[in-house]
Design a binder for this molecule. Structure first.
Ligand code: SAM
Length: 287
């Protein structure tokens, strides 16, 4: 195994949103339950697997992975936020999973070449990498030949209208110009049609598969959804960070009112679509 690179500094922006994300574990788990199970299936995670979990956050999907791999498997959960990893450690300890290690690491500079993982996953993290190709190169190098990678990212802007509405509203309140949705490292960056498959191909993966997965977000009201985003949605929080407290309050209220359009008789349902990708690291005996 190569020498590990020096650990990066924890990201202040992601540190700020870690507790909010963790506090909303219940709605996040409900939102992503089916997509997460599909991601773990796609990665071929089973009892005894050695799994790398990238951008693991507070470890919600790490718990599912730990349950699947069982006591004879192993999980390395990495993230760029020390606060998120501290929460992940606490959550995993409380659940009694001793087969999980955590490590502060930028997904774009993993330094895990030759580690020989059976599988690697990344739930809603890859699109935040301004250089996703570097992350995918590092993942391929961390997998054993024939090892599997699977990730979930947001799909096209028109399939995730709430994100566009909130982003436009935040930029407007902050007096900033509109941004193009596929800007690298941002929420919808990997929703550009064909991009994820091309990046996997460029990184040397085989057997690529990319497919959409519906993941509507259910909340009692748009205000509840905005309350979730204002404490856990780092990209939107950062846009509003320089505003005064009253100006921020006004922006969040404006967002809640613009999102009321997704209110249904059964509660608020924010449409979301994710892309689920699967790919195989080359070098297995049959390749
Ligand atoms: C939306 S949260 C998802 C967390 C977790 N995977 C989940 O689905 O609950 C995004 C996570 O990506 C992490 N992240 C952002 N950029 C990263 C990078 N360059 N390397 C590693 N982690 C990163 C953040 O710290 C945050 O924990």
């Amino acid at each position: 195994m190569q020498a590990l690179r020096p650990a990066p500094l924890s990201s202040p922006a992601w540190d700020k949103s870690a507790a909010g994300w963790n506090q909303h574990t219940a709605p996040i788990r409900a939102w992503l339950q089916h997509a997460t199970a599909a991601m773990l299936d796609t990665a071929g995670i089973a009892a005894g697997s050695r799994v790398l979990d990238l951008a693991a956050g507070a470890g919600d999907q790490t718990l599912d992975i730990a349950r699947r791999v069982g006591p004879h498997g192993h999980v390395l959960a990495t993230d760029i936020s020390a606060n998120a990893l501290a929460l992940a450690q606490a959550n995993l300890r409380a659940a009694g999973y001793a087969q999980v290690e955590t490590r502060l690491a930028d997904a774009q500079a993993l330094g895990l070449a030759g580690a020989g993982f059976d599988a690697a996953v990344c739930r809603l993290g890859l699109m935040f990498c301004a250089q996703p190709g570097h992350a995918l190169d590092g993942v391929r190098q961390a997998l054993r030949p024939g090892g599997r990678f699977s990730a979930l990212v947001f799909s096209q802007p028109e399939r995730n209208p709430c994100l566009g509405i909130m982003m436009a509203c935040a930029l407007q309140h902050a007096g900033l110009p509109a941004r193009q949705p596929f800007e690298p490292g941002t929420l919808l960056s990997l929703g550009q049609p064909g991009l994820l498959a091309q990046l996997l191909l460029d990184a040397g993966f085989l057997n690529m598969d990319v497919r959409p997965v519906a993941a509507p977000f259910h909340m009692p009201s748009s205000r509840h959804y905005v309350d979730f985003v204002r404490t856990s949605g780092s990209p939107i929080m950062e846009i509003l960070a320089s505003l005064s407290a009253p100006a921020q309050t006004a922006a969040w209220a404006d967002m809640a009112s613009r999102l009321e359009v997704f209110t249904t008789p059964g509660g608020w349902v924010g449409p979301n679509e994710l892309l689920l990708c699967g790919a195989t690291a080359p070098g297995a005996p049959n390749h």
